[in-house]
Design a protein around this ligand. Structure first.
Ligand SMILES: Cc1ncc(COP(=O)(O)O)c(C=O)c1O
Length: 390
């Protein structure tokens, strides 16, 4: 930054401290960086090496939190543990090299599974289910073991942020974290990542060894445009009764809407159901099919454009009225009906999720070996669409 900080930065800090219930705040340029800084500080203060994340959870694209596909390097200092599992608590209780535990509360909707992208919908075996009390109980147990072992517990709320409650996932599940990351909407439409944490963890130097420091930098950290837009967001969140009121009965409203749509889908005999964590919905397909990904194009034809992950997620604005929702729901139904009519969800006796996965593996192998694709061969009678396409 050139020059002094604008006073709006101090106001943002004060508001974020209130919201998070934590002592200190640092500003970064993306959610990925906020997570990076949280992990770096946890390593610095605990002098331990390994970060724990849970299976399927996304925490940005930094190497240490993104082991596996897409990362050219092995994430050697990361343990990926099973979510909502006693064995994971035992690992935390025993190992001495764990610097922090990262939790993405979005996983409450689909523990141990990644985002419902097109690649995970190549068949219909994916399930989702959200039980608020069950997940809160899991977080309490995690909290206890982290406290006992002196392991900083980090909630990565970059995704769920202010969707669930004004105080975020901490308030919604009733569990306090040692550090919390926020991002996305908090920047009021501009790029941002925020870390809030307990004072002892946020300190970037050792009191008795001032040269022993923990670096955090970024050319555009606390950028004035971002700070201004964030201030608008935070002021509205805290002061505007219209906005604050959106959280009243939020779950009851959205659970009711999901149940209503599910009823309509099953009444119409469509092989699709939704599961939700408040306004975050995921789509489950109830009949084996390898064409579920097509739904996004049928929905686009209805004027609905799905999020970047493809045919698996709807994320609604908190301020949807019943009338707004009905318009969207009718379009979802119309898109699904058109897809059914076109025969993409046909049923065949041999069409199981396992058979679909096997066939896709065979097709990939053939492509690898340079053989012509299986689809070049005429479909067997059991695989042909039962409904003629018009
Ligand atoms: C939980 C979570 N953490 C971190 C990130 C990374 O944020 P950004 O894309 O701003 O780097 C995301 C982005 O989707 C996220 O959902």
């Amino acid at each position: 930054m050139l020059g002094a900080y604008h006073p709006v930065v101090a106001d943002n800090v004060a508001r974020l401290r209130r919201i998070s219930g934590l002592d200190e705040v640092s500003f970064h340029m993306s959610g990925t960086e906020a997570v990076m800084q949280a992990v770096r500080l946890a390593r610095y203060h605990t002098r331990r090496s390994h970060v724990v994340r849970f299976c399927g959870a996304y925490h940005g694209w930094w190497g240490d939190v993104q082991p596996g596909v897409g990362n050219p390097m092995p994430a050697d200092s990361t343990y990926t543990l099973k979510d909502m599992d006693n064995m994971s608590l035992r690992v935390l209780a025993r190992r001495r090299d764990i610097a922090c535990v990262l939790v993405n509360p979005l996983q409450a909707l689909h523990p141990n599974a990644g985002a419902p992208g097109d690649s995970t919908l190549v068949d219909s075996s994916r399930h989702a289910h959200f039980d608020r009390e069950e997940y809160a109980a899991w977080l309490r147990r995690l909290r206890d073991v982290c406290t006992e072992r002196g392991i900083p517990l980090i909630f990565d709320e970059v995704f769920v942020g202010f969707r669930l409650a004004p105080g975020g996932a901490q308030e919604y599940f009733g569990v306090r974290a040692d550090m919390v990351t926020y991002g996305k909407t908090l920047g009021g439409g501009l790029p941002v990542g925020v870390l809030c944490g307990k004072a002892a963890l946020m300190k970037r130097f050792q009191q008795d060894r001032p040269a022993d420091i923990c670096f955090a930098r970024g050319t555009f950290n606390s950028h004035p445009y971002v700070m201004g837009a964030m201030n608008e967001f935070l002021r509205r969140l805290e002061r505007s009764p219209g906005i604050y009121g959106l959280y009243d009965n939020l779950d009851a409203i959205w659970n009711g809407r999901a149940a209503w749509l599910n009823q309509r889908l099953s009444d119409a005999g469509l092989p699709m159901q939704v599961r939700n964590l408040s306004t975050i919905w995921t789509v489950c397909y109830t009949r084996p099919s390898r064409y579920n990904w097509m739904l996004q194009f049928y929905l686009r034809a209805q004027g609905l454009s799905l999020s970047w992950v493809g045919t698996g997620r709807f994320i609604f604005s908190l301020n949807y009225t019943d009338a707004d929702f009905e318009v969207v729901a009718e379009r979802i139904l119309a898109g699904a009906q058109a897809m059914e009519m076109d025969g993409w969800w046909w049923q065949g006796p041999q069409l199981t999720n396992r058979a679909i996965k096997r066939r896709i593996t065979r097709e990939m192998l053939r492509a690898r070996l340079g053989r012509p694709p299986v689809s070049a061969a005429p479909p067997s009678p059991s695989e042909a669409p039962a409904v003629p396409r018009g």
